[in-house]
Design a protein. Sequence first.
Length: 136
Amino acid sequence: MKMNQMHIVPLSRQAVEILSELHPLTGGKYLFPSVHSKDRPMSENTILAALRRLGYTKEKMTGHGFRSMASTILNEQGWNRDAIERQLAHAERDAVRAAYNYAEHLPERRKMMQAWADYLDGLRKGADVLPIRKLL
């Protein structure tokens, strides 16, 4: 993590299911290993290359663009902005508040991430989505 700070990431039911399916396929130290070595994690460039192969230009979408999109939508849905910022591992900008406030907002973040996964599931209803095993 950034600045060697531990970051807890609550996972939705859907995310746990996908990661459970993925583990036997990658099965090493990392669920998303480097294309060069299973002993290193996948790089940000791997995400960028995948987006380019899907036809997205750098002006249309980046790996960080997904984080921005999630932040925007979660804020528009009315979730607590502190919970959203904490989920994205953003540091508190107010120095005084940062010195005293170490809240993780875990109960709300758990609910928020499940709601986010349910929202994404709703978007894909009717879409032609293939199970991950058929893609590999």
